[in-house]
Ligand binder design. Structure first.
Ligand code: AMP
Ligand code: GLY
Length: 429
């Protein structure tokens, strides 16, 4: 089969790495890709927002399946447009991608179908939003309704913070994504990421993961797209996973089908495991980044076969096998991230780093300049490893990182602390 993957981050490198191992694969293309993806796929400089150019490329290159990495093209309807052109695509339609594209849409769906989530209200003007905030206990969570690249969420500890966040949204800080807001109750508990393949009717759970969203050690600093992740998430016991499937994932799949907008693709539930049980924080309509990196490290089965089964609607009779090993990944980011990262600096030592047993290096934002490898983004590299335990995977990752020579980069030194504490027998917390 010929496959075209859309995207250019560490998630896409991990997907490309897994796809390239498939016995079903003939040629793998990636648009636009990065320097690491170029080692396993042919990178093509297509504009992924130009759906007719994508369709033309697919026809010319006899593409049998398109796999969409990031959320923006999904919300923009790339699946609808390519499907209309007769091309098979892994990912949800524009209507189904509203699960990520509009937080208010998802909250209303949860309310209508009894899916556990934080209590909330939706607003389209600042006056009503502030009046609501004044009447409800703090902290409150203020969210831009639309896609805001992970930056549209403020946890307001004071009334002033809440008002500032409300004004920022309606003042245009997030563009059209902030024209509406959701204000919700602050949930206490431990966060986990849960992934399932969904074919419109059936949901097949994947492995679980936890990521670290804050930029610096000790969960401090600004929110980022994710500075590291590991799988499995210890808080997601088999019993908890079954509750998530029966209380959150399956009702969502049934609700989307009942509304005539069946969900197909990977469904990523951001969860809070509270004292009352799992609650949905948000949905994403794609793999997590960097969670995909650790999922792909643990996946034993053929990813391409699984994605095809999803598109073909036959997940009901499909199963996946996983390595029992844990996996962990650490993000190397350019100094300045998540603000303005320094670009164009040289990275050395990746070959030596990749020689550490169990290690894979996924590129997130790199480009080649002759033989030199240059940083070309905020999140630049993911160093990932498998190990019998999270601690072993962690030791391998940091050994590999110590071999990388890139003074202009930074990374967190405490990825996996919660799981490693549990492995040591510390109290969970
Ligand atoms: P989101 O973009 O909705 O995932 O929110 C980003 C982060 O904000 C989440 O990963 C949580 O850490 C936090 N967050 C969002 N909503 C809530 C909530 N209702 N209660 C507690 N934390 C939240
Ligand atoms: N790591 C969080 C995300 O992919 O949204």
């Amino acid at each position: 089969m010929n496959v075209l993957l859309l995207g250019s981050g560490g998630r896409e490198h991990a997907l490309a790495w897994a796809l390239s191992a498939s016995p079903l694969l003939k040629s793998l293309y990636c648009a636009p890709g990065n320097a690491g993806i170029a080692e396993v796929a042919q990178c093509v400089p297509l504009d992924i927002a130009d759906h007719s150019a994508l369709a033309a490329f697919c026809r010319e290159n006899r593409i049998d399946l398109v796999v969409v990495g990031p959320e923006a093209p999904l919300v923009a309807g790339v699946v609808d447009d390519l499907t209309a052109a007769g091309i098979k695509v892994f990912g949800p339609s524009r209507a189904a991608a509203r699960l990520e594209g509009s937080k208010g849409f998802t909250k209303d769906l949860c309310r209508e179908f009894g899916i556990p989530t934080a209590t909330y209200a939706r607003f389209s003007n600042a006056g009503d939003a502030k009046a609501y905030a004044a009447r409800h206990p703090l902290p409150l969570v203020v969210k831009a309704d639309g896609l805001a690249a992970g930056k549209g969420v403020v946890i307001a500890e004071t009334k002033e913070d809440a008002e500032k966040a409300i004004d920022a949204c309606f003042g245009g800080s997030f563009g059209p994504a902030g024209a509406e807001i959701v204000i919700e109750e602050f949930l206490q508990g431990e966060e986990a990421s849960f992934f399932a393949l969904v074919d419109g009717k059936h949901a097949l759970p994947l492995a679980t993961a936890q990521d670290h969203k804050r930029a610096f050690d000790g969960e401090t600093g600004p929110n980022t797209g994710g500075m590291g992740a590991y799988s499995p998430a210890p808080v997601m016991t088999p019993e908890m996973s079954e509750r998530v499937m029966s209380e959150i994932i399956r009702p969502t799949v049934a609700a989307m089908a009942a509304r005539g907008t069946p969900y197909k693709g990977v469904l990523y539930a951001g969860l809070m495991i509270t004292a009352e049980g799992p609650k949905l924080i948000e949905y994403n309509v794609r793999f997590g980044d960097p969670e995909a990196q650790v999922l792909m490290m643990r996946l034993k089965s053929d990813l391409l076969a699984a994605l095809l089964a999803t598109v073909d609607g036959v997940l009901g009779s499909f199963d996946l096998r996983w390595h029992d090993d844990a996996a962990l990944t650490v993000v190397l980011a350019a100094k300045g991230y998540p603000g303005t990262p320094v670009k164009g600096t040289e990275i050395r030592g990746l070959e030596e780093a990749a020689m550490v047993p169990g290690v894979e290096i996924f590129h997130a934002g790199t480009r080649r300049d002759g033989t030199r490898l240059l940083a070309n983004g905020g999140r630049v590299l993911n160093v990932a490893a498998r190990g019998r335990t999270v601690s072993e995977a962690r030791d391998r990752v940091y050994e590999a990182i110590s071999r990388i020579d890139w003074p202009e980069g930074f990374y967190r030194r405490d990825i996996g602390w919660r799981a490693i504490g549990r492995e040591r027998g510390d109290q969970p917390g």
